[in-house]
Design a protein around this ligand. Structure first.
Ligand SMILES: Cc1cc2nc3c(=O)[nH]c(=O)nc-3n(C[C@H](O)[C@H](O)[C@H](O)COP(=O)(O)OP(=O)(O)OC[C@H]3O[C@@H](n4cnc5c(N)ncnc54)[C@H](O)[C@@H]3O)c2cc1C
Length: 393
């Protein structure tokens, strides 16, 4: 589906990380900014990081204007991505419910719905009666945390995660981008405040522009260039059940009981759990997290109590103090970071890649990602999305 080239000695731009964000960045650099001599360097296989491990929820109902603009830019690109890439990424706009279980949830979610409306995002408050119509199997009353209402975004949905990586890879390859797999970047080489290139398991590759898009491993790469980023890396888990006939045709998320579920086209329930309470790089996650998640799922959907789970996995997510990403230049000239997506960056893939390509090509932030500069952790202009990002998704 794409070439398997040996690395050249020099590239105009090197992207470290062959997930959706990295491959998308290379695609937009070539397509929209006319750069041709680009490499994506991936230590494993394409999409083998969080892109191929996530539960694929896509939505744009974030609280603050800055986030709403970024995620809505992305959602608009999702809506046309299959035809843009001429590859079916199976984008399915089946809507998302974010449940409210207590007075605080009701106030917070209603406020978010109002903020979304002001930003032109389709978002509405629905009551338990409307929720029951959308998801008849949900137990809204006889549980620890009765369901008091929810926000509903009809344009939200899911997509096929691998297809996103493969679609961007095929089209980037056609535009001349070298995609180099099984090649680990060991160190970012800098001199006199400028980036020189990357030392890899296949030797040194020179470039004056390096974009790091390595999710959970970004802080390690940054440290190799002497940069300390405000990131913590933790395992985040998900699990799927045996396949069953269609029972749930939207995505349902709950911050309070901390679980979310959707049903894949194959019929499996796709269930999202939380992060471990400690930092690690194990790509597995603790068993107690799954137990808590399943307890919450069975409480909300008693009929799932009889089901068997098929498999479980984890990915290493990179979490910032304000639960918002970093899309930014840094103090080393020619070095750029796209990271900090934490538990929720899949939904941002096209939008993030699109504005990050602009940032690298022009050496200047796009107006959409300007608020997501790393400087905000010094200036204090945080974009605190802990409410909208509370349940891992
Ligand atoms: C279980 C789980 C569920 C999730 N659910 C959702 C969800 O429902 N919705 C949502 O929006 N988001 C979700 N996310 C988050 C989402 O998956 C990520 O934010 C997003 O996929 C990040 O994409 P990426 O391209 O930046 O990173 P990745 O896909 O992780 O790509 C980074 C790549 O960099 C490579 N790499 C790392 N170090 C090096 C190195 N030194 N040299 C070369 N290559 C390197 C890695 O191998 C990897 O392939 C979830 C994450 C997990 C783990």
């Amino acid at each position: 589906m794409w070439r398997n080239p040996e690395p050249r000695k020099f590239y105009d731009v090197i992207i470290v990380g062959g997930g959706g964000h990295g491959l998308g960045t290379a695609y937009y650099l070539a397509k929209e900014h006319g750069l041709k001599n680009i490499a994506v360097i991936e230590k494993g296989w394409l999409g083998g990081g969080n892109t191929g491990r996530n539960t694929t929820i896509i939505r744009s109902n974030y609280l603050w204007d800055e986030s709403a603009h970024l995620y809505e830019h992305s959602l608009k690109l999702w809506e046309n991505l299959s035809s843009e890439l001429n590859y079916n990424i199976m984008f399915s706009q089946r809507g998302v419910l974010n449940l409210a279980h207590n007075e605080h949830d009701v106030k917070e979610i209603r406020r978010r719905v109002s903020a979304n409306k002001l930003n032109g995002i389709d978002s509405e408050w629905v009551d338990p009666h409307q929720i029951k119509k959308l998801v008849p199997i949900m137990n809204t009353e006889n549980c620890r945390y009765p369901v008091l209402g929810a926000s509903y975004q009809p344009r939200a949905g899911v997509a096929r995660h691998d297809a996103v990586a493969w679609g961007y890879a095929m089209r980037a390859d056609e535009l001349g981008v070298d995609i180099i797999q099984n090649c680990e970047v060991k160190k970012i080489r800098t001199a006199k405040g400028k980036v020189q290139g990357v030392e890899t398991s296949k030797g040194f590759i020179r470039s004056n522009r390096v974009g790091v898009v390595a999710s959970g491993h970004t802080s390690v790469l940054a440290a190799s260039a002497g940069i300390k980023l405000p990131l913590q890396s933790k395992a985040l888990q998900a699990l799927v059940s045996e396949p069953i006939k269609p029972v749930i045709n939207t995505v349902v998320m709950s911050n309070a009981v901390h679980a979310y579920v959707s049903q894949s086209d194959k019929g499996e329930l796709v269930i999202g759990a939380g992060t471990d309470g400690y930092n690690s790089y194990t790509q597995r996650g603790g068993y107690n997290i799954i137990e808590d998640t399943i307890r919450a799922i069975v409480e909300l959907y008693p009929i799932f109590g009889k089901m068997k789970m098929l498999r479980q996995w984890g990915g290493i997510v990179d979490i910032t103090p304000d639960a918002s990403p970093i899309l930014s230049k840094c103090e080393v000239e020619g070095l750029y970071f796209n990271c900090g997506w934490g538990t929720g960056g899949f939904k941002a893939t096209p939008g993030s890649a699109n504005v990050f390509a602009h940032t690298i090509a022009k050496n200047k932030a796009h107006k959409i990602n300007a608020p997501f500069s790393v400087d905000r952790f010094v200036s204090g202009r945080l974009v605190d999305e802990h409410g909208a990002a509370a349940v891992a998704h």
